[in-house]
Ligand binder design. Structure first.
Ligand SMILES: C[S@@+](CC[C@H](N)C(=O)[O-])C[C@H]1O[C@@H](n2cnc3c(N)ncnc32)[C@H](O)[C@@H]1O
Length: 209
């Protein structure tokens, strides 16, 4: 159940301009969870323009960053070249890959799944791939736009089928060799054209057993 060429084209079109689509700063939950971890091998699935891969590589991690949009991977490489010294840039391997396919390389100490909003059946396959790619004792960090955003939050796709709350993510992990370390609905302040708002995220940290 891989993505259609049309889906990748949608994202390639989004990345076709000259400006960054997303912030270049790492997400606050990624920073909160990962800042205290010892650098090792990391996998960033659906890495987009590479804000997390770049942040991790700058902290000494060796990062494999994948995205199915070739324009995202090109932008990620360009950003890494611009923002990192050659040593840290050399710690990033970027590749075009569908998140539902087995991940390249590994096993990894840390696997990121950030804002990859897919219908639940495909999301479950992606989570399974993420777990398979992670070594025993390693962590899988999931940050998604929460479904509650539709009622009282801000941002993310306005389609309930693509939005998953922490309990749904935990249910997706049932039967996989993981232990749940953290599972919370968290709130993040964002500046918008209409003033400050709260974006609600599902934050789940799994430990590979
Ligand atoms: C909202 S962006 C998030 C990017 C990055 N994780 C971040 O937090 O900045 C979602 C990314 O998922 C990628 N994507 C969507 N479906 C995918 C799939 N099936 N396989 C791989 N990447 C996918 C898109 O190309 C896009 O770059």
């Amino acid at each position: 159940m891989t993505a259609t060429p049309r889906e990748a084209q949608f994202w390639n079109d989004r990345y076709s301009g000259t400006d960054l689509v997303w912030s270049s700063a790492p997400n606050r939950w990624v920073v909160e969870v990962c800042a205290s971890l010892l650098p090792g091998q990391a996998l960033d699935i659906a890495a987009g323009e590479g804000r997390h891969a770049i942040w991790l590589a700058d902290r000494g991690w060796h990062v494999t960053a994948t995205d199915f949009a070739s324009a995202a991977v090109a932008r990620l490489r360009q950003q890494a070249r611009q923002r990192l010294g050659s040593e840290a840039e050399g710690r990033i391997q970027a590749a075009v890959a569908d998140a539902t396919a087995p991940a390249p390389g590994g096993p990894y100490d840390l696997t990121l799944l950030c804002y990859l909003q897919l219908p639940l059946d495909r999301w479950q396959i992606v989570l399974q791939r993420a777990v398979e790619a992670t070594k025993a004792g390693g962590r899988i960090l999931v940050v998604l736009h929460a479904r509650e955003n539709l009622m009282c939050g801000f941002g993310g796709p306005q389609d309930a089928d693509l939005l998953h709350d922490p309990a749904a993510i935990q249910r997706s992990a049932v039967g996989l060799p993981v232990a749940v370390q953290r599972s919370e609905l968290v709130s993040r302040a964002v500046d918008t054209d209409e003033g400050p708002r709260q974006a609600l995220d599902s934050l789940v940290v799994l430990r590979r057993t």
